[in-house]
Design a binder for this molecule. Structure first.
Ligand code: NAG
Ligand code: NAG
Ligand code: NAG
Ligand code: NAG
Ligand code: NAG
Ligand code: NAG
Ligand code: NAG
Ligand code: NAG
Ligand code: NAG
Ligand code: NAG
Ligand code: NAG
Length: 314
């Protein structure tokens, strides 16, 4: 994983739909709800492990030396606890439906310093919200007997309540950087291949195979702060030099904006997180149509005045 600036933006995520994994790992077979729950669980494992490792590595003085208020570390502890609780709730829900929770993978996170840890957390929570939104349609609400959580025995409500909490985390982390905690009126759903593309770099090994194939890794750079340029620079392995016939697609809020790749013009209203993908035609991406993707997403954060660069490239 490479960060193009200290501010990076990495996205993170776990994967998983396990339809080809060993049968013991996927007792639900092609049961969509079980697959969605295990997908969410794999994502929560990754988040929980991220905070566990970061908090083990950085103490309060490290936070204050990096210029953050001492209470910021406490907030991170709280976020990590939430992720642990999500892991246990999802695990119980899967068990209560006679499913088998997927095992954890092994992870590696870029965290040389507190700044990098916090920026990765922002990317991770942002991607988490998008992953839950993208998975929402896979959860059926007819499983009202599943013991999902204390107050609600309905899985859709439980998943929605996890999503809102991930969004609170993301909002807090945005504000830590002086960015808006609520950049858009809607958030952006991402499908499993996009999420897995962002997650792949953090997973060093896994005791099962997933059927979700990541797209090619994309590196993207925002235009230099203060310049008049709106061009986002993109690169990916095997990208060829032919910018003429490929396109940048920017996903932010509930918007998708397409731009020829030689312009790759950052949309004016993309003033917060923005996912960039490269596609081979100009057909706008949708959650269930991503066959034109050549690479990405990469996750960038732009607040208009001061942008932060992001990349998910290895
Ligand atoms: C944090 O680490 C990253 C990656 O090694 C580096 O680019 C950045 O300059 C560091 N930031 C600080 C504040 O030390
Ligand atoms: C915090 O960790 C740093 C190393 O990251 C270490 O030098 C320092 O002594 C620790 N401070 C406390 C109060 O434990
Ligand atoms: C999915 O699996 C759960 C638990 O085994 C079961 O309750 C539910 O009926 C299954 N749904 C479908 C559509 O097979
Ligand atoms: C953009 O970010 C910079 C630094 O992170 C901050 O100083 C500025 O207030 C932010 N602007 C907006 C409009 O959020
Ligand atoms: C994770 O790494 C440890 C050693 O660091 C190894 O024993 C274990 O098998 C690995 N687990 C997975 C899921 O690859
Ligand atoms: C994963 O796939 C590889 C290559 O197809 C295979 O060698 C390996 O046994 C599989 N692992 C599991 C846990 O299914
Ligand atoms: C992003 O990175 C590129 C390449 O390193 C650099 O030219 C550009 O100034 C950076 N933009 C910001 C906003 O940091
Ligand atoms: C931006 O564009 C305006 C109008 O075209 C021009 O006056 C200004 O010098 C440009 N600034 C930079 C930094 O290129
Ligand atoms: C892109 O299009 C222009 C104008 O049609 C052409 O001159 C140029 O050779 C093309 N570049 C590539 C890399 O195909
Ligand atoms: C999406 O954003 C672009 C550029 O900011 C704008 O032209 C377009 O109207 C927006 N579309 C929707 C549906 O909001
Ligand atoms: C940007 O957003 C504002 C407020 O929602 C809207 O009025 C405007 O049309 C948008 N502009 C573009 C280019 O999307």
């Amino acid at each position: 994983m490479r960060f193009s600036t200290g501010f990076i933006a990495l996205a993170v995520f776990a994967i998983v739909t396990l339809t080809t994994a060993a049968p013991t790992l996927n007792p639900g077979g092609d049961n969509q709800t079980m697959t969605a729950l295990n997908y969410a669980l794999s994502l929560e494992y990754l988040q929980a492990e991220f905070y566990k490792q970061g908090l083990a590595k950085f103490n309060e003085s490290d936070f204050t030396n990096a210029g953050f208020d001492a209470k910021v570390r406490d907030r991170f502890t709280q976020i990590g606890e939430h992720e642990n609780e999500h892991v246990s709730t999802l695990t119980s829900a899967i068990r209560s439906m006679n499913g088998s929770p997927v095992p954890m993978c092994n992870y590696s996170f870029p965290m040389d310093n507190v700044t990098q840890f916090l920026a990765a957390a922002q990317a991770l929570e942002t991607t988490g919200v998008s992953a839950y939104l993208g998975a929402a349609s896979g959860l059926s609400d007819d499983l009202s007997t599943a013991a999902a959580s204390g107050l609600s025995n309905d899985l859709v409500t439980t998943a929605a309540s996890i999503t809102t909490v991930e969004a609170r985390h993301a909002a807090y982390l945005n504000e830590l950087w002086g960015q808006s905690g609520m950049p858009y009126a809607f958030d952006t759903p991402l499908g499993p291949r996009a999420v897995v593309t962002l997650a792949t770099n953090f997973i060093t090994s896994c005791p099962y195979n997933t059927t979700v194939k990541p797209f090619a890794q994309l590196t993207a750079w925002l235009p230099a702060a203060g310049s008049n340029s709106t061009k986002v620079t993109t690169s990916f392995e095997g990208n060829g030099a032919n910018l003429n016939s490929t396109y940048c697609q920017f996903l932010f809020g509930n918007n998708v904006t397409v731009s020829p790749r030689d312009e790759c013009a950052l949309p004016q209203n993309a003033t917060g997180y923005v996912y960039v993908l490269v596609t081979k035609d100009r057909t706008p991406l949708t959650l269930d149509r991503d066959s034109n993707v050549l690479a990405g997403p990469a996750l960038l954060f732009n607040n208009g005045t001061q942008s932060t660069n992001g990349t998910n490239s290895a």
